[in-house]
Design a protein around this ligand. Structure first.
Ligand SMILES: Nc1ncnc2c1ncn2[C@@H]1O[C@H](COP(=O)(O)OP(=O)(O)OP(=O)(O)O)[C@@H](O)[C@H]1O
Length: 665
């Protein structure tokens, strides 16, 4: 990158200081800006860069498959490339160290001895703790002294079955920062036209290698292959190879491949979490994730199987709501509109402005406005006037029809498949609005499950992207922690394993920063909707929890009563035997009914077993009557049960046949 910036030599600085002063003003291209501030886009350090690269590729792949209503099939492979392999890839000869002391990881014999002793001590303590059954903290035993400079390289490949890209557009899509096809007003995962380019910029910065793109669109008899990098200074693609190849298998989709520096060790769990959460919110997609290295025990292959072929509808592009536009946007719309006059412009370029309202608005704008006036002739002041009126006037809220939420069914299915909770409740709110943008909040709350820690486990999704970072400031985290009284719903915030899932979709997700990491807590409309969606789930769960508690109490009551049956039988039988004796020896006179029983005891017609049986029957009866009494008091009925069998499309996958019972959820 350095070599592409205008270079100012030391010589010219010292000789002509005046000239140097004059040339202080410089321009930066967007590519340069993002290369220098890559953390803004989630490319903070090698580990995070690996994570964000995977994420950007996966999200592009999903957007692409969904845009043509194709059930997504996505393969992500991260291949570890050791330094020697990397060097041979780029034709660099591995060199032996000659001057050891020159290196950052050089240590003197004394320092080495000290380090090894320290490591041995740490290992000893660990072994002792392990023997005592104590929890062993993983101590990273360093391989050497420092390991700065020991970079790890990875080839990241993502293959999808999506729309593919037009042959001629590929270079700009991947080699020009801030270019993309998702700028319209539409719910998409991608928005900025940045992600794939950032992966390329990082590859250029860390390995110097280009990006490889293969792509084919439906019905195309060729596959476009493009190898390119980016001219950072000019923000234009630098094409190495761009050609059409045979498409024998009639494949459509895209395969993107980059080689970047990364850190699998530190970001392994984040990447796997991301994949798992993506599988929760996208159960209609199939993901095959692979990590491949020369050390085979590090290898990972996970197939997140498709569990349903119910795919949310494709989000549709919508027009701007008058209350969400600013002056710049109005100017852009005027420049781009095909409508001639102001009336048509208002009617056609915005949602919720019909002809009568457009006429009323124009009347309100002032005498210099008229329905027939040419929209392209509006002056700057007139545009400001329109903007002011848009802000003050009352418009109907935009509808949520253009949105495509995951859907309660998918959310529930995803939660069940990935977490296996004891209970789950889901809720899908109606469309609401902030700053003229419609949004929908869906939530799920689960209790129990596998790999779920005690307390709150928060899962956040925005436009169906899992958000894993910057949890603290997020509206969902804050709401779940501070604004929900879990106790009120019989849920123990610290003891129970609670899963909170919130998915927000909108034509504009108000992310903080371009990294798409979290949604701020400052938009009251969103905060209120999130709270209400979680509460709705909690209300459903409460009734299930109460029912479970009552069932448990009932069971306990029955168990307690049954426990005393043997003792009670013995005591009663002993008394009866004594009474039977005095009855037969006529020591005492009993009434006829009682005497009859006592005779039966003497004749062994009533035995201990008879008593046990009768007492057991009585406990059952009392228990049943109490339950019935409760049910008539509260009107609670056994809910109808319905078995659902879901058969995965992949029959070989035994795990993929789920049998669910609604009531058990
Ligand atoms: N796998 C793919 N299949 C089809 N088109 C793709 C694919 N990946 C990228 N593209 C195209 O390249 C464009 C640029 O992608 P890029 O990731 O840079 O930005 P984006 O997805 O539009 O926005 P964001 O930066 O928010 O992710 C996309 O808008 C899309 O049109």
């Amino acid at each position: 990158m350095e070599s592409e910036s205008p270079v100012e030599t030391k010589k010219s600085k010292s000789k002509t200081p005046k000239k140097a002063k004059e040339s202080i003003l410089k321009q930066k291209s967007p590519a340069e800006f993002f290369a220098e501030n890559k953390n803004i886009a989630g490319f903070d350090n090698p580990g995070k860069c690996l994570y964000t690269t995977v994420r950007e590729f996966v999200e592009n792949a999903l957007d692409s498959a969904e845009s043509i209503s194709e059930l997504p099939m996505i393969e992500i492979t991260i291949e570890e490339i050791v330094k020697s392999k990397f060097n041979s890839m780029i034709g660099l000869v591995d060199r032996e160290r000659i001057d050891e002391a020159l290196y950052d990881d050089y240590e003197t014999a004394k320092a080495r001895e000290k380090r090894l002793a320290k490591e041995a001590r740490a290992q000893e303590i660990q072994a002792k703790n392990a023997a005592l059954g104590k929890k062993v903290k993983e101590h990273a035993i360093s391989k050497g002294a420092k390991s700065r400079g020991e970079a790890s390289f990875y080839r990241v490949t993502c293959k999808d079955n999506g729309r593919g890209m037009p042959h001629d557009d590929i270079p700009n899509m991947f080699g020009r920062v801030l270019s993309g096809t998702k700028y319209g007003l539409k719910q998409t995962r991608g928005k900025f036209g940045l992600g794939a380019k950032m992966a390329l910029i990082w590859s250029k910065m860390s390995t110097g290698l280009p990006i490889d793109i293969s792509s084919s669109m439906r019905g195309q008899n060729y596959i476009s292959f493009c190898r390119l990098d980016i001219d950072i200074h000019r923000n234009v693609p630098h094409i190495h190879l761009h050609e059409k190849r045979d498409n024998k298998n009639k494949w459509h989709g895209a395969e993107i491949q980059v080689v970047i520096e990364g850190n699998w060790t530190t970001y392994r769990s984040k990447i796997l979490h991301y994949m798992r959460q993506m599988a929760v919110i996208t159960p209609y997609a199939q993901f095959l994730f692979k990590f491949v290295s020369d050390t085979s025990d590090k290898n990972v292959t996970i197939k997140f199987a498709r569990r349903t072929d119910v795919m949310p509808p494709v989000p549709v592009e919508t027009k701007h709501h008058p209350s969400s536009v600013d002056i710049l946007l109005i100017k852009r719309l005027i420049a781009e509109t095909s409508k001639q006059n102001l009336l048509q412009f208002l009617q056609h370029e915005f949602v919720n402005i019909g002809k009568p309202l457009a006429e009323r608005l124009i009347g309100e704008m002032g005498p210099e406005f008229s329905p027939k006036m040419a929209v392209k002739s509006l002056t700057d002041q007139q545009i400001v006037r329109i903007h002011q009126l848009f802000r003050q006037a009352k418009f109907d809220d935009p509808s949520g029809d253009c949105l495509s939420p995951a859907g309660e069914y998918n959310l529930r299915l995803g939660i069940i498949k990935e977490l296996h909770p004891d209970m789950v409740a889901t809720y899908s709110g109606s469309a609401q609005v902030f700053e003229g943008h419609p949004f929908i909040v869906e939530a799920g709350v689960s209790v129990g499950g596998k790999d779920v820690k005690q307390g709150l486990n928060i899962f956040r999704f925005a436009n169906r992207i899992p958000l894993l970072f910057e949890q603290g400031g997020d509206v969902v985290t804050r709401t779940a922690l501070k604004r929900i009284s879990w106790n009120n719903y019989k849920i123990n915030q610290t003891q129970d394993k609670i899963g909170v899932f919130v998915s927000i979709v909108s034509t504009k997700i108000p992310f903080k920063g371009t990294g798409k990491e979290y949604i701020g807590d400052d938009i009251s409309e969103i905060a209120t909707a999130v709270k209400s969606a979680i509460q709705q789930c909690c209300i459903q769960l409460k009734s299930k929890i109460v029912k479970k508690m009552q069932a448990r109490e009932q069971q306990e009551r029955k168990r307690n009563l049954s426990k005393y049956i043997p003792d009670a039988t013995n005591a009663v039988y002993d008394v009866l035997k004594e009474m039977a004796k005095s009855n037969s020896s006529k020591k005492k006179r009993y009434e006829e009914g009682d005497a009859d029983i006592l005779r039966k005891v003497s004749d062994h017609l009533i035995t201990k077993e008879t008593l046990t049986e009768k007492l057991t029957q009585h406990v059952e009866k009392v228990d049943y009557e109490m339950a019935l009494e409760y049910a008539t008091q509260t009107g609670v009925r056994e809910e109808p049960r319905e078995d659902i069998y879901l058969q995965s499309l992949d029959d070989k996958d035994a795990e993929s046949v789920i049998c669910m019972n609604h009531d058990a959820l």
